[in-house]
Design a binder for this molecule. Structure first.
Ligand code: ZN
Length: 110
């Protein structure tokens, strides 16, 4: 196993030094890294648009309803315990805020 790890490390070094010797490759690598950063942020929003849990991608339409926040807002809880608010008017899900979680917990305790 040690031998394998060493081989792998050497291989990685080889790739890095090759990238360094080629300026074009280096620039491409950096740009690619920035693109990934830009794409990584709205990924949770994309999942929510698809009505999926951002943590486990479970369909939120099948999540358990925890209670009503108002006439148009229902709180749901995913099987991974993340809470979301379903907005009936907008017909979309978003992450529940701390205040909304507290409101539901209070109502559940009554
Ligand atoms: Zn989940």
């Amino acid at each position: 196993m040690v031998e394998l790890a060493d081989t792998h490390a050497l291989g990685a070094c080889g790739i890095i030094s090759r990238g360094g010797s080629s300026p074009l490759f280096g620039i491409y690598y950096l740009e690619n890294k920035n693109m990934i950063k830009k794409l990584a942020k709205p990924f949770q929003e994309v999942l929510l648009e698809k009505r999926l849990c951002v943590g486990c991608t479970y369909p939120l339409d099948k999540a358990t309803k925890s209670g009503k926040l108002s006439d148009n807002r229902t709180m749901v809880q995913c099987k991974c315990r993340r809470r979301y608010v379903y907005d009936k008017e907008l017909n979309e899900y978003r992450r529940a805020t701390f205040a909304e979680e507290q409101q539901i917990l209070k109502e559940l305790n009554h």
